[in-house]
Structure formats: C-alpha cells, structure tokens
Write a protein that binds this ligand. Structure first.
Ligand SMILES: Cc1cc2nc3c(=O)[nH]c(=O)nc-3n(C[C@H](O)[C@H](O)[C@H](O)COP(=O)(O)OP(=O)(O)OC[C@H]3O[C@@H](n4cnc5c(N)ncnc54)[C@H](O)[C@@H]3O)c2cc1C
Length: 257
C-alpha cells in the first residue's frame, strides 16, 4: 500500500528523499512491477519529473536516462536494431509505453531478450549518490543482495559493435527459454551472453576474438535445467546458436564491405 507520494523535480531532490533515514521510500518508474508487488506500506518517489528521460549519443556510447520508456528507445534513431527487436519481443505496446528503462533492468529476469542484449553490449549503470558507475555484468549477480546506490540514473552502452541475438520459445509470442546474444567490436572483441534460465542473463564469453564461443556457451549453460527445458537441450542449442550468431555477424560484415 502506498502511504506517501513525492514527485521530485530533479535528481538531487530524489536522492535526498531516497536517502532519508525515516520511512521507506521506493523509486517509482513505470509502476508496472510495483503495482503487482504491493508489499507492506511504503512511500514512493515518482521519477517522472526528475529529468531522467533523455537519450543521447556520446562518442562511441549511447546514454539513456533511467526514466526513458521502452517506447522512447524504439523511436530513437541511434538505438541499435537488435535492441529494438528485443524490446518488441519482450513487451507489448501498453507495457512499452509505461515501463522505464531503469525499472526494467531492476525487475526483469533472465527471460528478457532486451536485458540479454544490453548485457552483450557491456552496458554500464550509473547510480546516485556518488555517480557510482557499475558494469551490468558485475551488478546483475548481486542485484538482489546489494544495490550500488539508491537511484539508478543512467544506462549507457556501446554503439559500434555489431550485435545479434537468437531465441528459442514454445511459440513466437511466448517468453524465451533460451536466448543467445553476441556482440562483436571492430577489434574482434566478442561477447556471448545467455538468457532464458535463472535469475538474470549471464556472460558466457568476453574475449579478444570469437574462437571458442560454442564451447563457452555450452559450458555456461551446462547445468541450466528447469521446468522449461533440460540442461542437455539448453547447452547443446546454446552452443549452436552462438555459432549461428557469429555467422550472422560475419554476413553483416560482408554486406557492409
Ligand atoms: C504484462 C507484463 C509483461 C511482462 N513481461 C516481461 C518479460 O517478458 N520479461 C521480463 O523480464 N519482465 C517482464 N515483465 C516485468 C517487467 O520487467 C516489469 O514490470 C518492469 O520492468 C518494471 O518497470 P517499471 O518502470 O514499471 O518499474 P517500477 O514498477 O516502477 O519499478 C520496478 C522496481 O525498480 C525500482 N526502480 C524503478 N526505477 C528505479 C530507478 N531509476 N532507480 C532505482 N530503482 C528503481 C522500483 O523501486 C521497483 O523496485 C512484464 C510485466 C508485465 C506487466
């Protein structure tokens, strides 16, 4: 139950409220998670006027405010096609219009293609207070236990890598049981990220080249068994999809040459 409501006009005010010792205040993004998990009485700090919805390119990175809606990302010309395709897979029109980037990252699970692709692009999260910058890959495993701050303000990721993904689901509209995303930089650096199992996507490989991507994907999901798929299925298919992603990246390179 919501017992207090604040709508700060900037990040400083929001941080001030969220660091108060009396009372429990929670940041409010789109509210789609909070409204379904009401819990005990708490107050909310509505971030809609805090100036956190800008999306802009800065050099080789794109920076999006935590209050950018998924629909804003879809409309931005610099956001990669793979990210847009992932958002369209994950979220319906109403959800895309409501959900904030920050709220999504904080509450989505391993079956989010969007979060899996952002992890492949080595996203960095910026937290207040202290402008604390944390790589998504370091943050995700600890997400439930400790937060790097009280307020996620920005998410940034690389613009230039080629990035593709493959998913397996029981039907085109079902949530995936396996996601493989691959990002490759001009230098050859290659990241393979797996989703579809567990609490969050995981990095299977981050190396200077793409060799061994299939083995890394198989190893990373060696024991990935749950009610949706066996570990044998997931690890074998993950390995094949990792190679398929790399083939698609090679084809992209050829088409651009
Ligand atoms: C119909 C439907 C379908 C869905 N499908 C999927 C799916 O396919 N895959 C999937 O993974 N998830 C799915 N979800 C869950 C979805 O991920 C969450 O509901 C959504 O991401 C929450 O975003 P929000 O902006 O509404 O966050 P809110 O509900 O506002 O907040 C979520 C949490 O994040 C905190 N928070 C919000 N913003 C900040 C911030 N800037 N800094 C610090 N903390 C913050 C809040 O305090 C709260 O704890 C679905 C939800 C719905 C309703």
């Amino acid at each position: 139950m919501i017992k207090e409501y604040f709508r700060p006009a900037n990040v400083e005010e929001a941080v001030q409220l969220l660091t108060q010792e009396n009372g429990i205040l929670k940041p409010l993004g789109g509210g789609t998670y909070l409204s379904r998990h009401p819990g005990d009485a708490y107050g909310i700090v509505d971030l809609q006027n805090a100036g956190l919805n800008r999306i802009e390119s800065r050099g080789q990175r794109i920076v999006a405010g935590a209050m950018a809606r998924l629909s804003d990302l879809l409309e931005h010309p610099d956001v990669q096609d793979a990210i847009k395709e992932a958002i369209l897979l994950d979220a319906s029109l109403n959800i895309r219009n409501a959900v904030s980037l920050g709220g999504w990252l904080i509450s989505s699970d391993a079956r989010s293609t969007f979060s899996t692709v952002l992890l492949a692009l080595d996203a960095t999260l910026v937290w207040e207070p202290d402008n604390n910058r944390v790589r998504m890959g370091n943050w995700l495993p600890l997400r439930a236990e400790e937060t790097p701050g009280v307020l996620l303000t920005e998410v940034e990721w690389w613009l230039r890598p080629r990035v593709v993904f493959e998913v397996v689901a029981r039907s085109p509209k079902d949530r995936p049981t396996l996601i493989v995303a691959a990002a490759q930089w001009e230098s050859g650096r290659t990241r393979i990220v797996l989703g579809g199992y567990g609490a969050a996507p995981i990095v299977a490989m981050d190396g200077p080249e793409d060799r061994g991507a299939d083995v890394a994907a198989r190893d990373a999901y060696y024991e990935a068994e749950d009610q949706w798929a066996t570990a044998v299925y997931r690890r074998e298919v993950a390995s094949k999809l990792a190679l398929r992603c790399l083939d698609r990246i090679d084809a992209l390179k050829e088409s651009e040459a």
